[in-house]
Ligand binder design. Structure first.
Ligand code: AMP
Length: 533
């Protein structure tokens, strides 16, 4: 293993280290270890090849926060992102890392009322996280000035390219300070991105996380797709159905580790936690107990679990999705050791599905979708265990005082009634199905439905347009086309996605029908229709 860097090695200020600790990150991810020191030197442009989920937002967010002058009331950085969701996500992530620094970060994206954005821009902001279309709107209105920004960050540049934003990106780059530093983050670096870099970035350093050869062992690997709020219930069910569960549960942050451990203890499980804030003595004590199986559940962060040498684990649970394929393989390699069978279970929320598929592809492994055990199956498994235990007990000799007691009892009552009452007395709580709560599991179909429901709840509809790049359509042209036929403002059309032969747009529900009917041509297939859910 190479020497791992700590956050203290990267040139971050004490305030930033404090904010990172509060956020619960223990160790920089690979892309953070490479990007942060370089960005803090502030003497080069950077192209970083990094996927979503690698911690890239903090990789550029942390140095940005440190370098921004909070006393100056000007926009000092623009982060361009392809979608509204990402704009919100990135600004929230950066906001959560700013600690006590008095920074104002605003997301600006199509679909949100422009007046609100105008008010916030007027009040003065330091970092703008925006989608290309809306940033251009503001540039035209002169409500956003980029001539003095110090940093331009293009996040998910290849996605912006795929969505037909290249012209918008170029347009925006032309409006920015020529002396700024540009950082381009992209999962892939296609030719178009290279061309863009040659044209607009005066020299750059290329960073990419080296992909190590990944091989996973023969551990059975499954995943459950559940809501974030159902993860804990799912974990309890997995522990309950397994006779002799002995497992390591991985969480991403220290605070998650603490929460899961205390929730488990609260429900009566023998669970303990280890993470970076735990003293060495405490850690040793906890590990010894776990090794000796005095506790059968250990909750840990990746860092804290490093170097734990425990054999015979029945389970490794990824309560939160690992950072990257390498750490997935590392985590699950802890079960199924020394010829023992083990199960690796990964929990994902619907929005993490793509990331799991990415991990699966890179780790060259097979992670099967499975269902969280049903309550009746757990109860049956528990009953079976009681029956087995009883059988074993019956093999042993029983003290005669119990035999005479039993004989007295069966004189007045039917033996099966007595036994039933005794079982009820001993196991009522353990076999009570009401101790479990409902879990909603997602199938592929639900995942899409769930997403479109989210849009619907915000009063929006997603429309399919039978025109794409091959028809020379760009997001701009598409908006112009719709505006020319329907009374709708360009800012009401958002999340424009132009593919090769078709496109998608999001519009207010109330306008959707009008758009669909306005583009209907007699005897022809509709040009615009509701996107399939
Ligand atoms: P991103 O790739 O920026 O979308 O980040 C993915 C997730 O990883 C986010 O939930 C971050 O909060 C989390 N994250 C980023 N850096 C770290 C780190 N060093 N340790 C633990 N979690 C992290």
């Amino acid at each position: 293993m190479t020497d791992k860097k700590t956050f203290n090695d990267l040139g971050l200020s004490a305030e930033m280290i404090d904010a990172i600790n509060r956020k619960g990150f223990e160790e920089p991810t690979a892309i953070q270890a490479m990007t942060i020191p370089l960005m803090l030197k502030n003497n080069t442009n950077i192209i970083a090849q990094a996927q979503t989920g690698t911690g890239k937002t903090a990789a550029f967010g942390l140095p940005l926060i440190q370098m921004i002058d909070a006393n100056a009331n000007t926009v000092q950085a623009l982060i361009l992102v392809p979608t509204r969701e990402l704009a919100i996500q990135v600004s929230e992530e950066i906001n959560s890392l700013r600690g006590n620094k008095n920074l104002r970060i605003v997301p600006i994206y199509g679909g949100q009322a422009i007046d609100q954005q105008l008010r916030r821009l007027k009040r003065g902001v330091h970092i703008v996280v925006g989608t290309p279309g809306r940033v251009i709107d503001h540039l035209k209105r002169k409500t956003l000035k980029l001539k003095i920004i110090d940093h331009l960050i293009l996040d998910e540049a290849d996605e912006m390219l795929n969505m037909g934003f290249i012209e918008d990106m170029e347009e925006i780059m032309k409006h920015t300070n020529p002396d700024k530093k540009t950082l381009l983050f992209s999962a892939t670096i296609p030719k178009k991105i290279q061309e863009l870099a040659h044209k607009y970035m005066d020299g750059y350093k290329l960073l990419s996380v080296k992909k190590k050869q990944l091989t996973s062992n023969l551990t059975e690997q499954i995943y459950f797709e559940v809501k974030m709020s159902d993860k804990f219930e799912a974990l309890c069910r997995i522990i309950d159905i397994e006779d002799g569960f002995y497992g390591l549960v991985f969480c991403r942050t220290k605070s998650d580790v603490d929460t899961v451990a205390s929730q488990l203890s609260g429900r009566g499980y023998d669970a303990e936690a280890i993470h970076g804030d735990i003293t060495q003595t405490q850690r040793e004590r906890t590990l010894t107990k776990f090794r000796n199986q005095k506790t059968n559940i250990l909750i840990a962060t990746d860092v804290a679990a490093r170097g734990i040498d425990v054999n015979n684990l029945t389970h490794v649970i990824n309560y939160s999705l690992p950072q990257d394929p390498e750490s997935y393989v590392h985590r699950i390699g802890r079960t199924g050791r020394a010829g023992n069978e083990g199960t690796a279970i990964t929990f994902i929320t619907p929005s993490e599905y793509k990331r799991l598929m990415f991990i699966q592809r890179i780790a060259k492994t097979d992670i099967r979708k499975s269902r969280v055990p049903m309550v009746k199956d757990i109860i049956n498994a528990k009953k079976k265990k009681i029956n087995d235990d009883l059988k074993n007990i019956l093999e042993e000799e029983v003290d005669t005082k119990y035999i005479s007691w039993a004989k007295k009892l069966i004189k007045d009552k039917d033996p099966s009634e007595i036994l039933a009452a005794l079982l009820n007395y001993c196991f009522e709580e353990e076999l009570n199905p009401d101790g479990y709560t409902e879990i909603k599991e997602f199938k592929g179909k639900d995942r899409d439905r769930d997403r479109s429901k989210e849009v619907d709840q915000q009063g929006k509809a997603r429309l399919f347009v039978a025109l794409g790049k091959k028809d020379n359509i760009t997001p701009r042209k598409l908006v112009d086309l719709i505006i020319s036929k329907v009374p709708i403002k360009s800012r009401q059309i958002s999340d424009i996605q132009v593919m090769n032969s078709f496109s998608f747009i999001t519009v207010p529900f109330k306008k959707a029908e009008n758009i669909v009917t306005s583009f209907k041509l007699k005897g022809q297939r509709p040009l615009i229709s509701h996107a399939k859910k």
